[in-house]
Design a protein around this ligand. Structure first.
Ligand code: BJW
Length: 247
């Protein structure tokens, strides 16, 4: 069994509120590509300016729609991994537990996590580019994006692109959790995309112990109270076991 710092286990045992921020790394072991990993990340193969900005969608809606339709299909074909499942089990171990994700893949909810705060939207949902009305599409087919009944624009994936504001209620809830929690986990994120990247630093300023779970170093590493180096699909289940062994 992996060794965890006894002080970390003691903090978790007495914690009233645990908050977790996840990023693409938590879904990597399910087969969902990350964004910034050097060989396999999406941004190693595609330019975000061409695909993940409102300007890109206005310039070439079909290209962007097809790219997201392809990714949505791929997400539908994978399963949550042991990291997702450990987080779903953790939610019942604390009086308050807040799961905040930057991921758009819906895998936390599929593994049983409740009330997931999705900061960057959900790739399986769609809304109008102009009036923001939600569209119920069971799956997006490649082709041109369907027109919205408002007549002003077409549907788009309900994700947050660069230069766009995050959903206000979700961001507020995440900020409140970061300021109020006793322990803040940052799992599988490069911690470079704002405003999500600010949350662990805010948690630390408000007195939380910050735990980073990541295969690699990030801008948070030097500031984290505990660094658990490795794959989240291995570390989180091991941590859960260690917490339950201590209980
Ligand atoms: C593992 C692992 C394993 C791998 N186990 N670990 C302040 C300063 C500077 C810039 C800005 C700022 N404020 C705003 C900005 C601009 C911009 C920004 O942050 N840019 C920076 C990149 C420089 N932010 C925005 O535009 C945001 N909007 C905003 O702030 O609005 C107000 C505003 C507007 C205009 C100007 C200023 C302010 C919106 C950001 C939207 C991000 N959207 C995306 C795409 C979503 C849709 C889609 O899926 O296509 O969100 S980009 C992409 O990055 C995606 C992710 O959610 C996000 C974060 O990536 P994540 O999850 O961290 O993935 P990776 O790949 O980066 O990292 C994976 C990590 O996992 C690595 O560390 C690996 O080591 C690790 N790992 N396997 C454990 N098995």
């Amino acid at each position: 069994m992996q060794d965890f710092a006894p002080e970390l286990l003691a903090k978790l045992k007495s914690a009233k509120h645990v908050a977790v921020l996840t990023g693409a790394g938590v879904s990597a072991e399910s087969g969902v590509p990350t964004f910034r990993d050097a060989q396999t990340g999406l941004w190693a193969r595609f330019r975000p300016e061409d695909l993940a900005t409102p300007e890109a969608f206005r310039r070439d809606p079909k290209l962007v729609w097809d790219w997201y339709a392809h990714r949505a299909r791929a997400v539908g074909a994978v399963e949550p991994n042991p990291g997702h499942r450990a987080l779903a089990l953790m939610q019942d171990l604390f009086p308050q537990f807040t799961l905040i994700t930057q991921n758009v893949d819906g895998l936390h909810a599929r593994s049983g996590s409740r009330a997931v705060i999705e900061l960057h939207g959900n790739i399986l949902k769609h809304k109008c580019m102009d009036c923001s009305i939600a569209l119920d599409l069971s799956s997006a087919s490649p082709g041109s994006p369907p027109p919205c009944p408002c007549g002003k624009s077409s549907y788009r994936p309900d994700v947050v692109w660069f230069g766009e504001n995050l959903p206000l209620a979700a961001l507020d809830e995440a900020k409140i959790a970061a300021a109020a929690c006793d322990v803040f986990f940052c799992v599988g994120t490069s911690t470079v995309v704002y405003p999500a990247a600010e949350l662990p630093f805010s948690a630390r300023r408000h007195g939380a112990a910050v735990v980073e779970v990541n295969r690699d170093e990030t801008p948070l590493t030097a500031e984290a109270d505990y660094v658990l180096r490795g794959a989240s699909g291995e570390i989180l289940p091991a941590l859960l076991d260690a917490m339950q062994a201590k209980a």
